[in-house]
Design a protein around this ligand. Sequence first.
Ligand SMILES: Nc1ncnc2c1ncn2[C@@H]1O[C@H](COP(=O)(O)OP(=O)(O)OP(=O)(O)O)[C@@H](O)[C@H]1O
Ligand SMILES: [Mg+2]
Length: 160
Amino acid sequence: MKNPSPRPLTLPFVTTTRSERGTAGVARRLAAQLALGDVIGLVGDLGAGKTAFVRGLARALGVPSSVKITSPTFTVVNTIDGGRLRIHHFDLYRLGDEDELEAIGYRDFVGTDGVALFEWADRVPSAIPASGIWVVIEDSGVGNQRRISITAGRPRAGAS
Ligand SMILES: Nc1ncnc2c1ncn2[C@@H]1O[C@H](COP(=O)(O)OP(=O)(O)OP(=O)(O)O)[C@@H](O)[C@H]1O
Ligand SMILES: [Mg+2]
């Protein structure tokens, strides 16, 4: 088989990747165990690889490469179809607070008809329910290495 099932992830999970492709591979392992209603918060500096992670996850869910996946920085949310689960992709970078997020009706997107991923989730941590999954991506400063930490529930101290 060309794409054997990825190894399941046991949370908490910490790894280091050395390329965007490596990060996509981690996202693929998480994607395999996602279910309707799951919410993922992504944390990491500019260029850390949050969108790369979302892209890898989307491809793993079956979203075709013809569907471009970029940070919805100005639109705040972008809904991505074509995969096993619908994806609501948020970017909270430009958002001030939860009131602004409420104003765009984000609750209609969360826990309903797909999975929700929030880039810059640390800007509005209350957007991520207690049942959410946190993905913290850090540029290690060594080559293209990124430390990726995935936890269920709140991010662990020292992980961001
Ligand atoms: N190990 C790695 N994992 C992920 N991306 C990597 C890695 N090494 C290099 N890169 C590169 O780093 C960049 C990550 O960009 P990306 O848009 O995913 O970051 P981001 O966290 O979404 O940033 P922003 O906050 O601006 O939205 C890409 O150009 C990607 O190719
Ligand atoms: Mg991004």
